[in-house]
Design a protein around this ligand. Sequence first.
Ligand code: RNT
Ligand code: ZN
Length: 478
Amino acid sequence: MRRMKVELAKGRLWDTSKQSLKVPPCTGYGAITGNGASFLGKVHWQRLEKESAMFPEIEEDSVERGYANAREVYAAYGVDTEQALGRLAGIAISLHCWQGDDVGGFEAVDAVDGGGIQATGNYPGRARTADELRGDLEKAYSLIPGKHRLNLHSMYAETGGKKVDRNALEPAHYARWIDWAKANGLGMDFNQTCFAHPMANSGFTLASYDPAVRQFWIEHCIACRRISAHIGRELGTPCVTNLWIPDGFKDTPVDRRTPRELLRESLDAVFAERLDRRHHLDSIECKLFGIGSESCVIGSHEFYLGYAVEHNTLLCLDAGHFHPTEVISDKISSILIYIDEMLLHVSRGVRWDSDHVVILSDELRAIAEEIVRNGYIERVHIGLDFFDASINRIAAWVTGTRAMLKALLIALLEPTDMLRQLERDGDYSARLALLEELKSLPFGAVWDYYCAKQDVSVGPAWINEVRQYEADVLSKRG
Ligand code: RNT
Ligand code: ZN
């Protein structure tokens, strides 16, 4: 045993004693600072793989002490941390399957492009089969506190090697996913896949001038709605099925009107069949521009907002689908005046890319605040939508989902009534000052305690598990 001081800075582990960390398992003392919380306590060191340091596992008594202190701090603001954690545990995040294989799917079709969905990077270990993807997802879920959902795209059908075109898909093609979801206690959501298919090669699907193309995609969308209703019935929780189409023009179109009228007609055909809302919910997703549709996207925000209001479908807002300085957090309270429920695709736009891994950014916090402050937890379905092929894909899922949960926790720990009162009194100085003070409250200690209670790694120790899984499983994939 020896005494050593460690600090976590910029995601790296430093041994300030300058001693090599290549030591057999031992226990030392460490100070770990980060996220507004600090602990001084025992740190477990495990054997080091590949000469790289293991991230420390924080001992339970340190977590307990940190939490006891945080609980008192929050209580001084009238905030009950236990209640906040209880509410957090009730929020399910829908994890998008497509981060695990770079939006590939497992259909027996020839390689196609189209749709502007492009994951960049070639980090090894992409899931090549549904079984691999399920295994990877299980690993990810095990590192995320709480019970969550799976968001599956229709192109992840399992057809037993048989070519089944998208307009002929049936519930049976998802039987293994459904069984797996049941076994793991996961709810499911679903998506029509109107891209990466020969019938989408023109860049148009439901808004195509070609009636045969439109008909094919209408049939696909209808098939998916029925599959969704089946999934929802089987799992006992409504399956949100989100429709996104890539249709749009690279260069300035002359006619923006006709494709939009065609899209409306197609949607009417897709949604004609009434399905039980206890099992299935329709959602439509807008976009401002995409790769190859820079000048005009047919399914714009205004288009789908109008459609959702008219038909009371869910509206999906993807955080990366607007002007770079435009935020979705500000839209939620306007939209929910007119429709019952919405879906979020929580993502992170970086310049022209709409799909970077979610981090605890100001906008992520603002999204969570809007949901929590306004009492929308029941009305806003939270899904993630990012795909990064340049880093470990499980690390991507876990980082993004943990960030979303942290943002929700911060919002749940806010003394909102106090802030509201200041605002109503017109005391904007105190409102601003208090909002800034709240940023340094020890939410990190509450988060760590939540992770411990939910039986997942506290702090950065989950990265060790991802590395281990990479060594044992991912690195063996061709
Ligand atoms: C595309 C949309 C859409 C997709 C997924 C794969 O810009 O965001 O949600 O990312 O359907
Ligand atoms: Zn999206």
